[in-house]
Design a protein around this ligand. Structure first.
Ligand SMILES: O=P(O)(O)O[C@H]1O[C@H](CO)[C@@H](O)[C@H]1O
Ligand SMILES: O=c1cc[nH]c(=O)[nH]1
Length: 242
């Protein structure tokens, strides 16, 4: 069994898949946190692994950057490989002065300048929201880990290098916390194909203050987010097997 973008076998993916933008982050998660990680797909070097986290099967796959890329992988994972829970573990740039570098943000919803959800929704405004059971599981896991997290709205931008930096003021005035490039698309795909999705992002840089994390800081603060996503996947698996 193969899709145009994934060369895994039919049962190679677990019901839950973590989706970092960077395939090397997928490899890092698999090799750092999973027992017996197996490489299950490598088309275009978009590495995917399946292993187990404290006894719970879980997969992790790079999504690439931007809504078009994550939409391809998320759609094929859901419809061809039976993945039901998709958890993005990404980085983001803060646009809100109340947010600090290294904060972990959970995207209750995501705005976007992309038209993908309007294409799905007869040109109306679709509310791109997280699945509530995943959102609750992530917040419960954060409590257990004693990890401060912030729940709120993200903005999924088509352009990393925006020609309209004035939009950052508008985002902040509307309460948006940070900018990244995938969450709104992931939530749209999940809604279209009947799966559950959640985006968790660590603030890697602050667009307002110009602060940025070092590579080492990114690694350690991303590890907290990775653990949070893995604990979330463990608790939802325990819930569904009751
Ligand atoms: O670190 P990742 O998960 O790739 O996320 C962010 O980083 C990339 C831009 O540098 C975009 O994909 C954006 O969403
Ligand atoms: O998409 C992104 C990710 C991190 N920082 C940004 O400014 N944008």
């Amino acid at each position: 069994m193969m899709t145009p973008h994934i060369n895994a076998q039919a049962n190679d993916f677990a019901p839950t898949c973590l989706l970092p933008g960077d395939p090397l982050r997928a490899e890092y998660i698999a090799k750092t946190f999973l027992d017996s990680p197996k490489l299950v797909s490598s088309v275009r070097n978009m590495l995917a692994f399946t292993g187990s986290y404290q006894g719970t099967p879980v997969s992790v796959m790079g999504s690439g950057m931007g809504i078009p890329s994550i939409s391809i992988y998320a759609k094929e994972l859901i419809t061809e490989y039976g993945v039901n829970n998709l958890i993005r573990v990404g980085s983001c740039g803060a646009v809100n002065r109340s947010v600090a570098i290294r904060d972990i943000l959970i995207a209750v919803g995501a705005c976007t300048d992309s038209k993908v959800n309007r294409q799905r929704f007869q040109d109306h405004d679709f509310s791109a929201i997280a699945d509530y059971s995943l959102l609750k599981a992530a917040n419960d896991a954060a409590g257990q880990l004693n990890l401060p997290v912030r729940n709120g709205n993200l903005f999924s931008a088509d352009l990393f290098y925006t020609p309209n930096s004035g939009m950052f003021d508008t985002m902040e005035s509307m309460g948006v916390l940070a900018v990244e490039m995938e969450a709104a698309g992931l939530y749209g795909v999940a809604a279209e194909f009947g799966a559950k999705a959640l985006a968790i992002c660590t603030v890697s840089d602050h667009i307002r203050t110009g602060e940025a994390t070092t590579a080492e800081e990114r690694q350690s603060s991303f590890e907290e987010m990775m653990k949070l996503a893995l604990e979330t996947s463990k608790s939802i698996e325990a819930d569904t097997s009751k």
